[in-house]
Design a protein around this ligand. Structure first.
Ligand code: NAP
Length: 308
């Protein structure tokens, strides 16, 4: 009979790392899986995190590394494997990867979320050739060039501010006349002299053959179209939960997030959810790490009360 873990943590973003730290300290026999080489999840793509208490202005990369280092110090590190499916076999859960089949009494789903796409002509064709979903990763390629950011949330505004320090000119294209981003970020954006905002505009086509040369936009009020000449198009229009593989395992809401409260308890006994993947009001690093801790507490509670 193969080993049966107390818990399997899927994902190594802030929620998964926090869960791993709490599981290690609780001495749970833990399996930890993540498909990425580096731990930290989306935080690694964030230039600066300025709202994580005690770490003002820390870079996303440094915060991710510090969290991963903390887990490693407790003797827990993720195996680099892509989870293909999780099956609820009653008291045990079966986690399948390309090369292994694992068994665990509980599973913590902490697989986070991915970038939403615009699904417009040119987006896929020019991906990596000027189309990017990560300004902190790719911004340096646009030194003294022009870049367009699409979106109006925290990510888009942070990206535009970050790019304004590198690029000659930055455009922000937003579909409404008001930004969704936090006020403090908006103020920083409005202070950037080389950032121009195109309000009430949607991106309709990314132009270029071998690399991006322009972004065609449409004014939502009068339907007029125009082209912004640009070298880069950074898409920051939100995130989608990575829940496709778990559709038959747990209940999802209409947007695809796993229905679970603060304790991380899903409607499927023994399956827990933590971080951006679950229904919640605020998706931030600070709420993700809280989720990881709560999910482990729920796992411990479940294991104590479970009758085999
Ligand atoms: P977000 O807050 O969901 O904002 C998405 C933005 O993209 C919105 O402005 C939305 O417009 C726009 N949008 C969505 N679909 C679009 C489409 N098809 N075409 C054009 N525009 C579209 O997403 P986010 O900025 O990527 O942030 C994701 C999560 O991470 C959020 O929970 C955010 O708070 C968090 N985050 C936090 C920080 C931080 O705390 N410093 C930094 C980055 C991200 P509307 O406004 O019109 O809906």
């Amino acid at each position: 009979m193969s080993e049966i873990y107390d818990t399997a943590i899927l994902g190594a973003g802030p929620a998964g790392i926090s869960a791993a730290i709490y599981a290690a300290r609780a001495k749970l026999n833990t399996l930890w899986l993540d498909k990425q080489f580096e731990q930290g999840g989306q935080v690694l793509n964030t230039y600066e995190v300025d709202n994580y208490p005690g770490m003002p202005g820390i870079s996303g990369m440094d915060l991710g590394e510090a969290m991963a280092g903390h887990a490693a110090k407790l003797g827990i590190e993720p195996l680099r494997e892509n989870v293909l499916s999780v099956e609820d076999a009653g008291t045990d859960k079966i986690i399948r990867t390309k090369t292994h089949e694992y068994r665990a009494r509980t599973v913590i789903l902490a697989c986070g979320a991915s970038h939403r796409k615009l699904n417009i002509p040119g987006e896929e064709e020019l991906s990596g050739m000027g189309v990017s979903y990560c300004a902190t990763c790719d911004g340096a390629f646009f030194k003294n060039k022009t870049a367009v950011v699409v979106g109006g949330g925290n990510m888009a505004v942070e990206d535009a501010i970050f790019l304004s320090r590198i690029c000659k000119k930055v455009y922000l294209v937003h579909r409404r006349e008001e930004l969704r981003a936090e006020r403090i970020l908006q103020e920083s954006l409005f202070a950037c002299e080389n950032v121009e905002i195109r309000w009430n505009s949607v991106a309709v086509e990314i132009q270029g053959t071998e690399c991006v040369t322009g972004l065609k936009i449409r004014d939502v009020q009068d339907a007029t179209e125009s082209v912004i000449a640009t070298d880069g198009a950074f898409i920051a229009v939100g995130i989608l939960p990575n829940t496709d593989k778990f559709r038959n395992l747990v209940k999802l809401d209409e947007a695809g997030y796993i229905v679970a409260g603060e304790e991380g308890i899903t409607e499927t006994p023994g399956i827990f959810a933590a971080g951006d993947i679950r229904t919640k009001m605020l998706r931030q690093v600070v709420t993700a790490v809280a989720d990881g801790a709560n999910a482990v507490a729920s796992v411990q509670n479940y294991l104590i009360h479970r009758r085999d």
